[in-house]
Design a protein around this ligand. Structure first.
Ligand code: HEC
Ligand code: HEC
Ligand code: HEC
Length: 246
């Protein structure tokens, strides 16, 4: 009897303490998980915050380094040469006022690739620092090589910057010669620069290497190209600038 009092019925008490223990464990488990979940959220938010700042920084960098003011005038060498030439070119004053900036033609449209272009562009800064450009005409010594590099780049990337504005299928050249050349260009995916070099800046004689590379594109299917492109079927005088087109 007394023994019964001292030692409580093992059955109910066991299940009760078992229940409390389970609730306690569940509670602890939840607190632990809760802290983990909160921790994960704080971590994600911090990452998001840093990410946002990075995107804004990258975007601002691209914006600043893509302006005509930066590309064309920060470095005075450009102001009196390529920038001036652009202002006198067909891409500055246009029938509809659509005007091309340096970056439209020279910097990739994708932000990540644009950053690569900006980074590579800093190489020009090095050239500028290590050479004396104060003499008039000093730039001309560097121009042929620079033009050649730019042409090869546009050949290699399928002149993708031109496509920021021009859609090949949307161009209707006025004259038969151009129409045939463009049909050929579409059929064989020929980059714009293969035919339209000496576009905006002072004329530069194409290098032997560039002409050979162009020949790689134009050469295949020579029979058809030659007879289609060469005769000027419209019978007009070639338009100004037509000689820059092969
Ligand atoms: C910012 C947009 C833009 C970009 C980028 C651009 N163009 Fe143009 N392009 C124009 C506009 C606008 C005109 C003049 C209006 C017209 O005739 O349609 C024009 C005219 C031309 C012409 C006819 C006039 C001429 O100079 O013979 C050619 C050829 C041409 N572009 C080729 C190119 C090539 C090649 C590239 C790439 C290196 C390029 N464009 C990049 C907007 C652009
Ligand atoms: C296979 C050579 C070839 C390729 C490649 C080519 N073009 Fe042309 N394009 C021509 C010729 C030739 C003309 C006519 C020029 C003329 O009649 O004075 C022309 C004319 C034009 C014109 C002026 C239209 C007009 O008013 O007659 C524009 C703009 C133009 N091209 C843009 C481009 C762009 C942008 C690309 C690349 C997407 C490109 N072309 C690729 C050969 C080419
Ligand atoms: C409509 C397209 C277009 C625009 C806009 C443009 N360029 Fe160019 N640029 C070219 C092409 C194409 C070449 C390759 C040379 C050639 O065949 O004309 C080139 C070449 C160059 C070169 C090499 C030297 C030379 O004379 O060929 C420099 C430097 C240059 N560009 C800087 C600039 C700067 C700075 C701006 C803005 C002020 C600018 N470009 C605007 C198309 C453009």
């Amino acid at each position: 009897m007394s023994a019964d009092l001292i030692t409580p019925d093992p059955k109910p008490s066991k299940s009760r303490s078992g229940l409390i223990g389970r609730v306690k464990r569940a509670q602890e488990w939840w607190y632990r998980e809760f802290r983990r979940i909160i921790g994960a959220w704080v971590f994600a938010l911090v990452l998001l915050f840093i990410g946002t700042i990075m995107v804004v920084l990258v975007d601002t960098t691209d914006f600043l380094f893509s302006t005509n003011v930066f590309c064309g005038t920060v470095c005075h060498v450009m102001e009196s040469t390529v920038y001036k030439e652009l202002q006198e070119s067909t891409h500055w004053t246009t029938p509809t006022g659509v005007r091309a900036t340096c970056a439209d033609c020279h910097v990739s449209g994708r932000l990540s690739l644009a950053m690569v272009d900006h980074f590579i562009g800093t190489g020009e800064l090095f050239v500028w620092m290590t050479n004396d450009f104060s003499k008039p005409g000093a730039f001309e010594e560097f121009r042929p090589a620079a033009a050649n590099r730019e042409r090869f780049k546009m050949l290699g990337n399928n002149s993708e910057t031109c496509a920021h504005c021009h859609v090949m299928e949307g161009i209707k050249p006025e004259r038969i010669r151009g129409q045939n050349a463009h049909k050929d260009a579409i059929d064989r995916n020929i980059p714009c620069i293969a035919c339209h070099f000496n576009l905006t800046h002072k004329e530069v004689e194409p290098s032997e290497a560039f002409l050979n590379a162009v020949e790689q594109y134009l050469g295949q299917g020579e029979e058809t190209t030659e007879e289609e492109v060469t005769p000027d079927e419209s019978g007009e005088e070639p338009a100004a600038g037509a000689e820059e087109v092969l």
